[in-house]
Design a protein around this ligand. Sequence first.
Ligand code: PLP
Length: 286
Amino acid sequence: MSRIVYVNGEYLPEEEATVSVFDRGFLFADGVYEVTSVLGGKLIDFDGHFQRLKRSLAELDMPAPAAMDDLLEIHRELVARNEIEDGLVYLQVTRGAPADRDFAYPGEDVAPTLVLFTQSKPGLADSPAARAGIKVISIDDIRWGRRDIKTVQLLYPSMGKMMAKKAGADDAWMVEDGFVTEGTSNNAYIVKGKKIITRNLGNEILHGITRAAVLRFAREAQMEVEERPFTIEEAKGADEAFFTSASAFVMPVVSIDGVMLGDGTPGQLTKRLREIYLDESRKTAS
Ligand code: PLP
């Protein structure tokens, strides 16, 4: 069965789906995106992702491509048509395709481009990586200054992943002015004593939808949370570390720059938080 994708109002087999070569997403990375995970055929925290999409669009003066109800319907339709049990829905909006390449934004006559597709990932919540924990390296954060906007400018995060692979690790945590900002595609946390420490929100990091939910669940479970910057040295001396993202949920980190954390296996608090996150978010999945 060919995967069905959505492009500007149409559901099409992926081979037939096209976007213009003049699309500003292609030429200028002038686009934003969201990734919503699917567990048991249901969307996890769709509302959170929709709210952040609205914010990303507003920050870039980009017109909204559709109403919330329509976007939810398209997500559900793609999940159903592609028979996704576990996986994700990727959504991308760009400033559309004007007649020519021009740095200035096009006028209102140019409609945004809206593309969605699914990726099937059977057993997404039961990944071997979550059982063993993953290794990260640290790299300089040389990205632009508006990381709070979820744009498709992902070249440096891609380079970071490749640097990690080359070093025999799984991912990279980025460091700016001595402090960890976030992972290439996730938010970073350490645990000291029983306290969860993660960088405070600002333009320096993406405001993770999973981060917001995890911190809420942690506080509800009477866990102590501190939102502040931490250094990579502090992280190497932490009792536990983990990261969060829509597709990895709560992922244990067991080594940083080759320094093993604790006994080199996922920490107790991290494992508990992963369970809580998966249980709670399944309950409200739509
Ligand atoms: N930080 C960055 C740079 C990301 O790319 C992502 C997800 O793609 C996250 C954090 C985690 O955000 P979320 O939990 O909304 O997936």
